[in-house]
Design a protein around this ligand. Structure first.
Ligand code: HEM
Length: 504
């Protein structure tokens, strides 16, 4: 009797039937206690196969059906999607929404307390220290500006060697921005021909497309990610190798800094952190500032600070070519303030109102960070409501910045590129709009904002002071882009011609 029953259960039709029923239960199961509606997905992978290449546009389309606060299952993560200014402003300013999803692919390969994942008092103290160190080491101040200047001059050197021939810029800019970050973290810059430089560049600009592995690793469970890496499929093993490169680099830098530590000569982030650890050890407080956090912060800087900045800079240069009249206006402003000889400086930025407005409009118009880095409700038992809707804890929050940056109720003619919207009526100063979402808002907003702004402003003004920039064939360049956490122009093949012989 039992044998017959087992035989019956193992019949393929019965198995398919059971899988179908279980799938339906999974898909139709509502999120507990939630009033959220949202689209259905598939078992295990949820809505991932339907979000298309442009998830932000898909989410905006879904918001028309389900409202501006709705739910979606993405792999193992249950998410609440926020698609308007009111819900995003409310959520990101809330104490309860300062958490981060703990599912992060690094952990499939080695344990790391990546800064962007920390929560609670550990995160608060590390963040306070990070912001103080960013200020002390000089963002917008001379020391850091010197590093940025060195990299720009090195870039100009490479451009000049092209003799006016077009150049694909993404990796060239990537190398400059990576070296600036290295100067901040570890007080060094690497030669572009150095093996270590090339390996590190691969972590942010991989030779092969890692989209599937990256999306998979952030949505699947860590054990599936590990399994796929061991099977050497879909680029998961390559992703693992890249993460190990980063790990090796961070460990080496920390070890070297400890060995050569000189309390009287603190010039970079790792030194400043070691000094803080020593000071706390003296008073017997070893709970928060420790090696594993320093390691996590170093890795976090690499993940957060390179491609984002390169993408903003790339869009700024590309749109200078696309809107040639704006390029000319920026050059006029540079010529009026600095002439052709004096090098631009960040402290003079208030005099370059149009240039600053242009960079702000690039952020809004491209909305190149279309969706915020996921937040989650902190692991407290506090109930939370967004726009009056109850949201259970442990859900991840996806704030669709793109929906706000393109909202016609917030911006007049949002599809029109118009830097003037950031300039006061008398034309003398910048008007900031709180609904411009690039670096996010609230206590967890981007701590690297000043660094990125200084870099983009200085690269843009230095380059436009020296060169006219146009697409490789002089026509309007393509604005096609690749989608990732931040979007990047697909083609950044630009031609630089020296302005030195031009009559100004
Ligand atoms: C244009 C360049 C950049 C953009 C658009 C950008 C954008 C963002 C965004 C949207 C977040 C998530 C904020 C949130 O959860 O609400 C973030 C977090 C973060 N960014 Fe940036 N970022 C840029 C450059 C940088 C740079 C240069 C650094 C390093 C110095 C950096 C370090 C970080 C860190 C450490 C976090 C995590 C903050 C936390 O969890 O408390 N970013 N960034």
């Amino acid at each position: 009797m039992l044998n017959e029953f087992v035989e019956y259960l193992s019949h393929p039709i019965v198995i398919i039937f059971v899988i179908l029923i279980l799938s339906l239960i999974y898909v139709l199961k509502p999120i507990p206690d939630s009033q959220l509606r949202g689209p259905l997905g598939l078992p295990l992978i949820g809505y991932v196969p339907f979000i298309t290449k442009k998830p932000h546009e898909k989410f905006v389309a879904l918001s028309k059906k389900y409202g501006n606060v709705f739910s979606v299952k993405l792999g193992v993560n249950k998410s609440v999607v926020l698609a308007d200014w009111a819900s995003i402003k409310e959520a990101l300013s809330k104490e309860e929404c300062l958490g981060r999803p703990q599912q992060i692919f690094f952990n499939a390969f080695f344990p790391v307390k990546n800064f962007a994942m920390l929560e609670g008092s550990v995160w608060k103290e590390q963040r306070r220290f990070m912001l103080k160190t960013l200020r002390d080491l000089g963002f917008g101040k001379v020391a850091m500006e010197d590093h940025i200047r060195d990299e720009i001059l090195d870039l100009c050197d490479k451009i000049e060697k092209q003799n006016g021939e077009p150049k694909e810029l993404t990796k060239l800019l990537g190398g400059s921005i990576m070296n600036i970050l290295l100067a901040f973290i570890a007080g060094k810059r690497l030669n572009r021909n150095d093996k270590e430089f090339k390996r590190l560049m691969e972590t942010n600009f991989p030779e092969r497309n890692m989209t599937i592995a990256t999306i998979g690793a952030t949505t699947l469970s860590t054990s599936i990610t590990k399994f796929l890496a061991n099977c050497h499929v879909l680029g998961f093993n390559e992703l693992k190798q890249l993460l190990y490169t980063l790990k090796g680099f961070a460990e080496k830098q920390i070890a070297e800094h400890k060995e050569n530590f000189d309390e009287a000569n603190i010039t970079d982030f790792i030194d400043a952190y070691i000094l803080e650890m020593k000071a706390r050890q003296k008073i017997g407080d070893v709970s928060i500032f420790k090696d594993e956090c320093l390691f996590g912060i170093t890795i976090g800087f690499f993940g957060a600070g390179i491609t984002t900045t390169v993408d903003l800079l790339s869009w700024t240069l590309l749109l200078c070519c696309y809107f040639d009249d704006c390029q000319k206006r920026i050059q006029l402003e540079i010529d009026n303030v600095f002439g052709s000889e004096r090098l631009p400086s960040y402290s003079d930025r208030t005099q370059l109102v149009f240039t600053q407005a242009f960079i702000l409009e690039v952020q809004r118009w491209t909305s190149f960070v279309p969706i915020n880095l996921p937040r989650s409700f902190s692991r407290t038992l506090k109930d939370t409501y967004i726009q009056g809707k109850f949201i259970p804890k442990d859900m991840q929050i996806l704030a669709i910045f793109y929906a706000v940056n393109k909202d016609p109720t917030l911006w007049q003619n949002p599809d029109e590129f118009n830097p003037e919207r950031f300039i006061s009526e008398d034309g003398k100063r910048i008007v900031h709009h709180e609904a411009l979402l690039t670096f996010s808002l609230g206590k967890r907003s981007c701590p690297g904002e000043s660094m990125a702004n200084a870099e983009v402003f200085l690269f843009t003004t230095y380059l436009l002071q020296r060169y006219n920039i146009c697409s490789s064939d002089g026509s309007k360049p393509s604005l096609e882009c690749n989608f990732g956490p931040s979007t990047q122009p697909k083609y950044l093949n630009l031609r630089f011609t020296a302005r030195k012989d031009e009559k100004r």
